[in-house]
Design a protein around this ligand. Structure first.
Ligand SMILES: CCCCCCCCCCCC(=O)SCCNC(=O)CCNC(=O)[C@H](O)C(C)(C)COP(=O)(O)OP(=O)(O)OC[C@H]1O[C@@H](n2cnc3c(N)ncnc32)[C@H](O)[C@@H]1OP(=O)(O)O
Length: 144
């Protein structure tokens, strides 16, 4: 039996496009926070836990120009009940380059009802008809 928990990590790359600009030629901070949030959120799939972002504290350390590849590295630092604590960095100039952004996050485990109760029926139906989404949802079953 395999178990994932503290120490689980993922890496990702995100290329800043012209549409991601805030100041001229530079990435918007909200887009960089989204890249961090998405990378951190993917850790929960490895835990086989459905969770939503409760808190995301972001430090913007260096400006990130358009066309830059942001090298993201996220890991879980602790799991306490429904709370999953994680941290991520985004580096520029390569996976070992200087840190441009970093974030600490708290994800909260939820039941699938969270989405069914709060989401719009049309999008829920569309997601349920999407084979990729269904495969993902089934991955959470205890006895697949
Ligand atoms: C096909 C389908 C598949 C679909 C699967 C798809 C997965 C997609 C995932 C997408 C991810 C996103 O985009 S997330 C989008 C952005 N996030 C959201 O929309 C979340 C909105 N917030 C909420 O819905 C709620 O606040 C929750 C669920 C986060 C928490 O509400 P709750 O369930 O009532 O829990 P609650 O009792 O309040 O809190 C539980 C514990 O967490 C702590 N806690 C809660 N929020 C915070 C917080 N912001 N900062 C610090 N601590 C917090 C509490 O103190 C408590 O600690 P203690 O007392 O236990 O110590």
């Amino acid at each position: 039996m395999a178990r994932a928990g503290e120490g689980v990590s993922v890496t990702a790359e995100f290329t800043v496009q012209p549409a991601h600009q805030g100041a001229p030629g530079l990435a918007h901070g909200g887009v960089l926070a989204t890249a961090l949030d998405e990378t951190l959120g993917s850790l929960n799939w490895l835990l086989r836990t459905i969770a939503v972002t409760g808190r995301l504290e972001t430090d913007f350390v260096r400006p990130v120009p358009v066309d830059t590849v942001l090298h993201l590295d996220a890991r879980i630092t602790a799991v306490h009940g429904r709370k999953i604590y994680s941290t991520a960095t985004g580096r520029i100039g390569g996976p070992e380059g200087p840190v441009a952004v970093r974030a600490d996050a708290l994800f909260i485990e939820v039941k699938v009802d969270h989405f069914i109760d709060n989401g719009r029926p049309a999008e829920i139906q569309a997601a349920m008809s999407d084979p990729d989404q269904v495969r993902r949802a089934r991955a959470f079953e205890v006895n697949p």
